[in-house]
Design a protein around this ligand. Sequence first.
Ligand SMILES: [Zn+2]
Length: 444
Amino acid sequence: MKMFASLGFVFAALSLASCVPVQQVSNRNKVLLVSFDGFRWNYDQDVDTPNLDTMAAEGVKAQYMTPAFITITSPCHFTLLTGRYIENHGVIHNMWFNTSTGMRLPYYSTQGVDSWWDNGSLPIWITAQRQGLKTGSIYFPGGKAKYHGEEVNMKLVEPPVFNYSNETNWRSNIDTVIEWFTVNNLDFIALYFGEPDSTGHKYGPESAERKKIIAQVDRTVGYLRQRIRESGLESSLNVIITSDHGMETVLKTNEIHIGAISNFSFKDLQFELLDYGPVGLLLPKEGKLEHVYSLLKDSHPKLHVYKKEELPTRLHYANHSRITPLVLYGDPGYVIHGRYKVQFNKGEHGFDNDAMNMKTIFRAVGPAFKKGLVVKPFESVNVYALLCELLGIVPEPHDGSLETMKPMLPSEFQAALPEMCGEMRKDMSHEDNQPRPQRIAQSS
Ligand SMILES: [Zn+2]
């Protein structure tokens, strides 16, 4: 992967050489990362979205963004925060589980299991704080956990029982974001909304209810941008609006029912994680792997069954000890039922990230972004590199490429630099992956 010296560092270093205006250095840009869970890439195409449209006209919009596989909430959000594929960051499911005891925890409880999250890859909050920045999280997956004993500076955590769609709460969280940027002078905040995911699950992605919640998302984007203008943050705050995955209509015919497959027995399994959308994780008992594999493989035309090491490498969902020896997933629309039928959602995600209905959105606006630009699709592993660049921090090792994201950034940053600094700029651009000197003249 190729790293570039951050703009912040370029300006800082050049100011040492007295060749760029000092004000560029003293005023670090802030970043707000917003996720609207389950916002499919084309949800704005059948609903009036004036605020999202204005944001696109004033900033950058990707045709769509490809999430990581498996396309579920915690794993995909942790890819945004770390720039790593799921097999590399290890948050492989929304549910913590233990294959020895059979224990598993739901999404909400798993948010509080530090060891599930703190497992080798640092989220950007911690990296930024170690480099002198101040950060915040509002409801963002991964924001509750401690990493090497460190946690995000300021946070709001979702209450256990919570109405995801309460617009008053959404506005209150935006007001908190503005306060944290202006009063507490945070540099980076990650803000999470549980919609349109909840509505997409309950009513399906093609429903009138989903269109209604997209209109609410759009009003919220309008409110956010209005509050940014009112608080004087517009010239210093970069806003990215993205999501973790899309949404697919669940098909109710020819369903995949593992318990009904002939000769298959749950007695041959030591552990199973089924009934969670289209993905299943199975650990057969000792000596039973081949037996279970041969029974399940080709048992249903819409079911994919893989030994983990044989999963297509493009999915990046094999190389982690937490991933069980057998991985199952259904074709788009087909969820996997286990012992009993307990899944009744009309919409679901978790499917192959190649499927168009799993693609999601990426929008950005602010002083660092070009205006009115539509960029080609890219993978979500690349967002982390962009966030680090915008914040002027040195990234941890990651799987993304800043080069992919550079077309969004105006070239005049580099072009505007005086001739005499060219040599120094060239030198610094070769410092890929090298630690950089401490930044100077920080604003906070
Ligand atoms: Zn989600």
